[in-house]
Design a protein around this ligand. Structure first.
Ligand code: SF4
Length: 441
């Protein structure tokens, strides 16, 4: 395999969540370990890590595959992940894929690519046993290549079956990564010079002993910052909050998906909590982790049973909880889920509500950030360009300041003077023209 992949150029495109980001990073690491190098110019191999969370995400992945086929007619085009898990052999062929594999099989990708380069036929395999499969997709990471912070996947799968969600059907049975293996990987990553780890999973709260994992990873000597990608509110209990509070590296930020602030809609979604319960979790989290805690969330607009009154309840609720960043997205039916059979909210109404929610979200983020104006904050530098440094505060606010000799992955303290484009700026920050970060839900 190493002989065939040696000196081959590969390009990788990762769609979707932080778990996908980890998997894409780990695939890149595995290809590099076989001698291939990442290069977007005339690649021999194109890997697309797909997402199926919404119909739009699914369509975007297919578009990327078609474009890769068109632009690189001689390359091996490989797709893996959630959208691939739903593909028939015919779909894969029509898209022009050389390799299409589903979930819990991504670790096989470098071998399959090498075999295809050596002349093996096209390969299509979805995981038929995904709902009962207890195996771990044996990928691993030594250091991040595509981001400055490292996403570390410790959990896969979900059995919660929210009424709108396709994920349990494509990610399958919940499994936890053995703790010693996760800690060893975290140790390797921090010793490579990466000071920030983001623990990820499809339903991270289902990890068999998350408080202990946090304490042990949090104790690694070279780790500066530890975060969760996203955690379901019903998994945030006293034991977990105690572990987070006792772990100095754990950053003051929790992303807890709310989806709706209306009791009836939450029940129809089968989320497993009422708005008041979410509010109590937020209150307990603030009491445990302090005033700097940033609670961000996902908000779904236009679930089929969302009436205008229910939408108003959601708007009032997000203001009462004082979220910081809110990822607003319109409902899209996913075939095979309970909500797909329900009559949808009319398109015009959906657009109007989404626009209003986006406006409210922007206002809340501004309000949250405005409290930091004039107060000293510290960022961990992710990018430096045209004399400006850019990074995130511990509580997940993007900020920019004159770089003044700071290097990537170093801390920089600044006093923000203004807020624009969801970012805090120090006075006299040069206009650096950073490109936007890959959007990760
Ligand atoms: S908890 Fe609900 S929304 Fe999250 S992955 Fe599971 S089914 Fe989907």
């Amino acid at each position: 395999m190493t002989k065939i992949l040696s000196d081959k150029k590969f390009s990788i495109q990762i769609q979707g969540c932080r778990t996908n980001q980890y998997e894409g990073e780990a695939i890149a690491a595995a290809l590099e370990a076989c001698g291939a190098r990442r290069c977007d110019e005339s690649p021999d191999i194109v890997v697309i890590v797909t997402c199926a969370i919404t119909a739009v995400a699914d369509r975007k992945c297919r578009k990327l595959i078609r474009r890769a086929r068109r632009e690189h007619p001689n390359a091996v085009i490989a797709a893996c992940g959630c959208s691939s898990q739903k593909m028939t052999a015919r779909d894969a062929e029509e898209l022009g894929l050389d390799i299409a594999i589903g979930n819990r099989r991504k670790y096989t990708l470098p071998r399959l690519v090498a075999e295809r380069l050596a002349g093996a036929p096209r390969f299509h395999e979805i995981n038929e046993k995904i709902m009962t499969d207890e195996s771990w997709d044996a990928l691993s990471l030594d250091r991040p290549r595509l981001h400055t912070r490292a996403f570390l996947k410790v959990q896969d799968g979900c059995a919660h079956y929210c009424a709108y969600c396709i994920v349990p059907f494509v990610r399958g049975k919940p499994v936890s990564r053995p703790m010693d293996e996760a800690i060893e990987e975290a140790r390797r990553i921090t010793e490579s010079g990466c000071p920030e780890i983001v623990l990820t999973g499809i339903h991270l709260g289902l990890y068999e002993n998350l408080p202990e994992l946090v304490r042990r990873i949090g104790g690694l000597p070279k780790l500066k910052r530890l975060r969760f990608g996203s955690i379901e509110p019903f998994a945030v209990d006293e034991a977990l909050l105690a572990a987070l509070a006792e772990t100095p590296a754990f950053c003051e930020h929790l992303h807890m998906p709310l989806q709706s602030g209306d009791a009836g809609v939450l029940a129809d979604m089968r989320r497993g909590y009422a708005p008041e319960e979410f509010a109590k979790v937020a209150e307990r989290a603030r009491a445990a982790l302090g005033d700097e805690l940033h609670i961000s969330t996902d908000l779904m607009i236009g679930f089929p049973t969302e009436s205008r009154a229910a939408f108003r309840n959601s708007m009032n609720f997000i203001k009462s909880v004082e979220f910081g960043k809110i990822h607003v997205f319109p409902f899209s039916p996913r075939s095979g889920t309970k909500a797909a059979a329900m009559p949808p909210v009319p398109e015009a109404e959906l657009k109007e509500r989404t626009a209003e929610a986006l406006e409210a979200a922007a206002e809340l983020h501004k309000k949250f950030c405005a409290r930091r104006l004039g107060r000293e904050i510290t960022i961990l530098t992710e990018e430096i360009k045209n004399g400006a440094a850019r990074g995130l505060t511990r509580n997940y606010i993007r900020a920019e300041a004159p770089a003044r000799g700071t290097r990537v992955n170093e801390e920089l303290t600044l006093t923000p003077a203004r807020y624009a484009d969801e970012t805090l700026f120090a006075a006299e920050t040069p206009s650096a023209g950073f490109s936007e970060e890959i959007s990760v839900i």
